[in-house]
Write a new protein. Structure first.
Length: 255
């Protein structure tokens, strides 16, 4: 269960948002407000900027994206309007070729790849145990079903025996071994269904790429499905409950 972080009254007074600016058209860019970042974010941004010489704004967005992914499963925030929201962020940076987009992603997001590799190594043993438990559970189900078939065939009037086997089957179905969560939290080219399934499996997900074409030209935006994909992302961003189900599909997913 994620903790809820609330602003103090003093912080609320400082966090009154300014009016939204229209950024369309050819307007001179303003310096990135680096001093508005908390100290630890500011220092990480400046260090990354000094190492790879990328634009300051792009380094800042990389810092914020990394922090968001690290905190996503740990906390939510209560806004000034008293709404409880995830700490996920939507970030988009337009950068020229040669401005170290891929290098910046590797620098700031390497911890995600390292963490995923470590978790998958730990998971190998758990998956082996799960497969063994699942095989034993399925064998128990089959054995119970065979007993029910035999009972109904040989002595269908013995309702107590039938009810006893039915109770065993119900108990077995309620005790299916849980599959260990697979920590796949970093995605780029992904469908709506795969993204929702990933979140159902593990409560953290990031859609990240140094190349916008990987996402906007990927599976989620093919055949006119981009609008549906973005609406699902907006729902997740707003902490709404969403569902993905298809006709004839018994595995509907609710997040």
């Amino acid at each position: 269960m994620a903790d809820i972080v609330e602003f103090s009254p003093a912080q609320q007074q400082q966090e009154i948002l300014p009016e939204i600016e229209d950024i369309a058209g050819d307007k001179p860019s303003k310096p990135y407000p680096i001093d508005a970042l908390p100290e630890i974010f500011r220092e990480a941004t400046l260090e990354g900027h000094s190492i790879i010489k990328s634009p300051l704004a792009m380094s800042a967005c990389s810092t914020l994206a990394a922090a968001s992914m690290a905190a996503m499963g740990l906390a939510k925030a209560r806004t000034l309007q008293k709404l409880v929201m995830p700490v996920g962020l939507m970030l988009l940076v337009e950068a020229e070729s040669g401005e170290r987009k891929s290098t910046g992603e590797k620098l700031f997001m390497s911890f995600v790849d390292k963490w995923q590799a470590e978790q998958l190594a730990i998971l190998e043993g758990k998956l082996a145990n799960y497969e063994a438990d699942l095989a034993a559970w399925k064998a128990q189900i089959k054995g119970c079903e065979r007993r029910m078939e035999k009972q109904v065939k040989d002595n269908p009037t013995d309702l107590d025996a039938v009810d006893g086997i039915r109770g065993e089957l119900r108990q077995l179905h309620q005790n299916e071994p849980p599959k260990p969560p697979i920590p796949k939290i970093k995605h780029a080219d992904v469908t709506t269904e795969a993204l929702v399934k990933s979140l159902k499996n593990y409560p953290v997900v990031g859609l990240l790429s140094a190349e916008g074409g990987t996402i906007f030209g990927g599976a989620a935006f093919q055949n006119g499905s981009g609008s549906n994909f973005m609406s699902k992302c907006n729902s997740l961003y707003s902490d709404e409950i969403i569902d993905v189900s298809r006709s004839g599909d018994s595995s509907a997913m609710f997040i």
